[in-house]
Design a protein around this ligand. Structure first.
Ligand code: GDD
Length: 409
C-alpha cells in the first residue's frame, strides 16, 4: 500500500500571496476553479493501491474541514487534515505524524508541496523509484540558469540518476536541475529524520558542556524537532546511494505570488483538456456566451450571452457577468459582479467585488513583476467608467477615480 502526504504550510507562510491569503488559506485558493491543493490530490488518484491522503499544516482544522470531507467522498479515498501545533519544517512535519502515516503499513510514501503546479507524474515516479532501490526519489526539472537559484539546485549521475550533490537556493550557480518539491520515500525516511534531530540534540548538549560547535550559524538556533527536507536531509545524504532523481519534461511552476497563481490557473486549465474536459466551458448553444480558449465557469455563475470570455478565465460560484463584458486571463472569485461592458484583463477579482459599467481592470500580464497583474481584494468596488491598471487594491476599498501602478491600502 501507498500513502500520500501534502504539505500545506500555515498562516505565517504564504505572506507573498497577500492580499488573497487574507481571507482564505493559500492552499484553498482556486486555480482553474479548483482549490490549489485539489490538483495534487486528484493526481494521487492515479497511484496504485493508495490507502490514504494526509494534508499536514499548521492552519486551524476548521479551515480545511469542509474541503477534506467533500474530497474524501468524491475520491472515495480517506483524506485527513493533520494539524501541527507549530511549524516543524518540511521533514519535521512528516516525522511528527509518523504513527498515523504508518497506520496502514505503507511500503511507500509520497510527499508533495502544495504550492507547486505540475502534471504530478506519480505512477511513473513510483516505478522508477522501485527500479533505483533507494530511500527516496525526487522529481526534478531543468530550468533556466538565471532562475535556478530560487530553488534547490542539484546534480545527478546521468547514467544512474543518483543524486550526487544538493544545495538549497545557492548564492553561486550549481546546476540548472532543480528540486520540484515532489518526492517518494520508503519508510526509512523516518529513521533519517530522526537521525538529524538526535544529532542536533547531541550537539546542543556538547555545546552546553564545551565551547565546541560543529554547526553553522543557520542551523545552530533551530529547535531539535525542526527538520528541513532539503538542507537537513537531501544535502548531507547526497552521493550516498540513498536518493535518486526522476526528471519531468512536462510543465512545472512554483506558486508563491498571485501573479504565478494566474499563470498556473492557465496551465491547469490547459491540462483539463486531457484530464477533465467536462470542466471546460464549451460555448455551445445559442444562449451561451462566446468562449475562446480554456475557460472554467462554475455552474452557479451567471454569464450574459453577449459577454466574451477567454482564454484563461476561471469564474467561481455565484459570479454575475453582465452584457457585453470582456474577460481575458483572469480569475473571478465567488459572488463577484461584473457589470455591462466592463473589461477585465490579466487580473484577479476578489470575493464579492463589483466592477462598474464600462470600467476596465487590467495589467500588462507580466506574471513575475510585482504589479504585473491587477489584484482586487475582497469586496472592492470599482465604480462605472473607472480604469484600474497594474495595481493592487486591498479589501473593502471603493475606487471612484482611475489608478495606475498603485497599491491602494
Ligand atoms: N506542514 C508544514 N509545516 N508545511 C511546511 C512547513 C512546516 O513547518 N514548512 C514548509 N511547509 C510547506 C510549504 O507550505 C510548502 O508547500 C512546502 O512545505 C515547501 O515550503 P518551504 O520549506 O518554504 O520551501 P520552498 O517552497 O521555498 O522551497 C522548497 O520547494 C521548492 C519547490 O517548490 C525547496 O524544497 C526547494 O528546494 C524546492 O525547489
Amino acid at each position: 500500500r501507498v500513502v500520500a502526504v501534502i504539505m500545506v504550510g500555515g498562516p505565517t507562510k504564504g505572506t507573498r500571496f497577500r492580499p488573497l491569503s487574507l481571507n482564505i488559506p493559500k492552499p484553498l485558493f482556486p486555480l482553474a476553479g479548483q482549490p490549489m491543493v485539489h490538483h495534487p490530490i486528484s493526481a494521487c488518484k492515479k497511484i496504485p493501491n493508495l490507502a490514504q491522503i494526509f494534508l499536514i499544516g499548521f492552519y486551524d482544522e476548521r479551515e480545511f474541514a469542509l474541503y477534506v470531507s467533500s474530497i474524501s467522498n468524491e475520491l472515495r479515498v480517506p483524506v485527513r487534515y493533520l494539524r501541527e501545533d507549530k511549524p516543524h519544517g518540511s521533514a519535521g512535519g512528516l516525522y511528527n505524524f509518523r504513527d498515523l502515516i504508518m497506520e496502514d503499513s505503507p511500503s511507500h510514501i509520497f510527499l508533495l508541496n502544495c504550492d507547486v503546479c505540475c502534471s504530478f507524474p506519480l505512477p511513473e515516479m513510483l516505478e522508477s523509484h522501485r527500479r533505483y532501490g533507494g530511500m527516496g526519489t525526487i522529481l526534478v526539472i531543468k530550468v533556466s540558469a538565471e532562475s535556478a537559484n530560487q530553488f534547490g539546485e542539484l546534480v545527478a549521475d546521468p547514467a544512474t540518476n543518483e543524486l550526487l550533490h544538493y544545495t538549497e537556493k545557492p548564492e553561486t550557480f550549481v546546476s540548472d536541475r532543480i528540486n520540484c518539491g515532489v518526492y517518494i520515500f520508503t519508510p526509512d525516511i523516518f529513521t533519517a529524520i530522526q537521525g538529524v534531530s538526535t544529532q542536533r540534540k547531541d550537539r546542543a548538549n556538547l555545546r552546553r558542556l564545551s565551547s565546541f560547535d560543529a554547526l553553522d550559524s543557520t542551523t545552530r538556533n533551530l529547535p531539535t524537532d525542526f527538520v528541513r527536507l532539503d538542507q537537513d536531509i537531501l544535502s548531507p545524504l547526497a552521493g550516498k546511494k540513498q536518493f535518486y532523481t526522476y526528471e519531468t519534461m512536462d510543465f512545472w511552476e512554483q506558486i508563491k505570488t498571485p501573479g504565478m497563481s494566474l499563470k498556473c490557473s492557465a496551465l491547469y486549465l490547459a491540462q483539463f483538456r486531457f484530464t477533465s474536459p467536462n470542466l471546460l466551458a464549451s460555448g455551445d448553444g445559442t444562449k451561451s456566451a462566446a468562449i475562446s480558449g480554456d475557460v472554467y465557469i462554475h455552474p452557479s455563475a451567471k454569464v450574459h450571452p453577449t459577454a466574451k470570455i477567454g482564454p484563461n478565465v476561471s469564474i467561481s460560484a455565484n459570479a454575475r457577468i453582465g452584457a457585453g463584458a470582456r474577460l481575458i486571463s483572469c480569475i473571478i472569485l465567488d459572488d463577484v459582479e461584473i457589470k455591462e461592458n466592463a473589461v477585465v484583463i490579466h487580473a484577479i477579482v476578489g470575493w464579492k467585488s463589483s466592477i462598474g459599467r464600462w470600467s476596465r481592470v487590467q495589467a500588462s500580464g507580466d506574471y513575475n513583476a510585482k504589479l504585473g497583474i491587477t489584484i482586487l481584494g475582497e469586496a472592492v468596488s470599482v465604480e462605472d467608467e473607472v480604469v484600474v491598471v497594474n495595481s493592487i487594491v486591498l479589501p473593502n476599498k471603493t475606487l471612484n477615480v482611475s489608478v495606475q501602478e498603485e497599491i491602494i491600502l
